[in-house]
Design a protein around this ligand. Structure first.
Ligand SMILES: [Zn+2]
Length: 561
């Protein structure tokens, strides 16, 4: 690959300058050197170095501590890493900024039970309704027991909380249950038509029963969220930004569907996040169709700003948790049921055709193996392999990209963006898929086949928890990545997944100086210790965006001036 060769040449030049004692003019001296570390570059040409030099927003050299020290001028700031691990800044390839509990805390976030029964949920909702003013939102995330319970419908919620809007969100983000007050605020009439890409549960007479699936839930959520103040959202986003830099996340790719486009961009701009943000439009739908053009104005407006808006994301199926990911064989725990596509095949073919006809990168939520097979075959029919390879179509999750589908995925240049917290459901997956669980959620085989893998959170934002889960893969341990593979996926892979691997994702000369100095060695600590990792120093474009003070404290205790 050309940029890698170029990087290798630059390394060689820098090393040569150091070894011959060549002095760079002061104006070319680095602004900052980091020495004495264990620096994982994610650059396969030179994965480990001791030191690196930064000028302005770029890395200008990597190498041994002696090589890099030789480049420093008196004006150069020096940071002695004392053996600490440095990684390229984490690039969270799949986040949902602003997806939160409607301004009120999750009613059950303190609950010891992640998957309560509906009777318990109804009791809690009744208790909260008694002690909060009428009209206050009651929001909680619930598990499969509630979503599988035929008693869990709007009428039952209306009985315990007639005057409070109640929103119970399946933790997968897909299934949702609302009472009548919530449906009213969401603008959903009792006999509303289903939107494209989703549907309402209905009783025997066709009246909406409070269950909302796919785009029915997300469209409703957007209407409800419209009532929130910009200031609340900006505060939420700033909290997310603080969390990111404390974890060493320096780039985030936001699947933006929670707000209408103008509002999403307004609050993201106002939040002035300390990390690089890419906004990926996730358009809404109506009963008349997909709102394919709703982001056009913002795409134009943002072209020249530092918050690019690019690509488009469509959710093609559900998840195995609600048995809605579309499978080639029936679910093990529901005879004859293979899941349910959110869109008809014609619409999925249209989505593929739109991707072929435009420069916008296509991201499709694809979970089931049938959905994966369908998308790949539609792509192969629509254009040749090299035309698709340029486009880097992304399968978000891509759990169903089974071994027999991988050769075609490789030829078409498909990128898989996996979210490791989804890999930690061995009991649910075992129940849903039985013996087929071992074909689900491939990771290691993708890397070995040369299919680019990126990682994103789409759940808990802690990258070290996610690295733990990617490297033990509770659902399917044979597909676990090594820690180096996981970090490379979270950095180089996520940059590749946004066509940005020539700018970031590796620590090599010419690349943006986005990096994190970590509190512990994530390549050697015991697995259980990984989630406690934090960044002690986070740089974005060579600028310090987070400094815990640990490096200075370490220097003082070692007797440095
Ligand atoms: Zn998502």
């Amino acid at each position: 690959m050309a940029p890698r060769r170029l990087a290798a040449v630059l390394v060689a030049l820098c090393a040569h300058a150091a070894s011959t004692g060549a002095q760079s003019p002061a104006s070319n001296a680095p602004d900052l050197v980091l020495t004495g570390g264990r620096i994982f570059t994610a650059d396969s040409a030179r994965p480990w170095v001791q030191a690196l030099a930064i000028r302005a927003d770029r890395i200008v050299a990597v190498g041994t501590s002696a090589e890099i020290q030789a480049l420093a001028a008196p004006s150069t700031r020096r940071i002695e890493l004392a053996g600490r691990v440095v990684i390229p800044g984490i690039n969270d390839a799949h986040d949902h900024l602003g997806w939160g509990p409607l301004g009120t805390p999750d009613a059950f976030s303190e609950s010891p039970m992640p998957d309560p029964a509906f009777a318990q949920v109804a009791d809690s909702v009744a208790a909260i309704a008694r002690r909060t003013p009428a009209g206050t939102w009651i929001y909680a995330s619930v598990g499969t027991t509630v979503l599988d319970d035929p008693a869990a419908r709007r009428a039952a919620l209306d009985r315990v909380a007639p005057a409070h809007p109640v929103w119970l969100q399946g933790w997968t983000g897909h299934g949702t249950l609302m009472n009548t007050a919530a449906l009213r605020i969401a603008g959903v009439a009792d006999t509303a038509r289903d939107p494209v890409g989703g549907w309402y549960g209905r009783d025997q007479v066709g009246r909406i029963d409070g269950l909302l699936h796919g785009y029915a839930a997300w469209n409703a959520r957007r209407t409800i969220q419209a009532a929130q103040q910009d200031s609340t959202l900006v505060r939420t986003l700033r909290g997310a930004g603080d969390e990111m830099v404390r974890f060493g996340i320096t780039s985030v790719q936001d699947m933006s569907g929670t707000f209408d486009p103008a509002r999403a961009m307004r609050v993201i701009r106002a939040a002035e996040l300390p990390v690089r943000v890419r906004v990926i439009p996730m358009p809404a739908t109506t009963s008349a169709g997909r709102l394919t053009g709703e982001w056009n104005d913002e795409r134009q407006r943002q072209r020249s700003t530092n918050i690019p808006v690019s690509g488009v994301k469509w959710v093609l199926d559900g998840t195995p948790v609600e048995r809605l990911a579309v499978q080639r064989a029936a679910y093990a725990d529901r005879a004859g049921h293979v899941g349910q596509s959110y869109f008809p095949i014609d619409t999925i073919a249209a989505i593929v055709a739109e991707a072929r006809a435009s420069d916008e990168q296509l991201m499709v939520h694809v979970s089931g193996d049938s959905t994966a097979a369908l998308v790949l075959s539609l792509m192969a029919r629509a254009d040749n392999d090299s035309a698709w390879r340029r486009r880097r179509v992304r399968l978000e999750h891509g759990d169903g990209l089974a071994a027999d589908l991988q050769p075609l995925a490789r030829r078409l240049g498909v990128v898989v963006v996996q979210n490791p917290s989804h890999l930690a459901l061995p009991h649910i997956m075992g129940a849903r898929l039985g013996a087929r669980t071992t074909a689900y959620g491939p990771l290691r085989s993708l890397v070995e086949r040369g299919i680019p893998v990126a990682l994103g959170s789409d759940g808990p934002r802690n990258p070290y928890l996610n690295i733990l889960l990617a490297t033990i893969h509770p659902n399917n341990p044979a597909q676990a990545l090594t820690r180096e593979q996981a970090v490379r996926a979270y950095t180089w892979g996520s940059a590749y997944a946004e066509h940005a691997e020539r700018e970031k994702g590796t620590l090599a000369p010419g690349m943006l100086a986005d990096l994190a100095v970590l509190s512990q060695d994530i390549f050697t600590v015991a697995p259980d210790a990984l989630p406690a990792t934090v960044s002690v120093l986070t740089l974005v474009g060579g600028k310090v965006v987070h400094d815990s003070g640990a490096l200075q404290a370490g220097a003082r205790s070692r007797g440095a001036p």
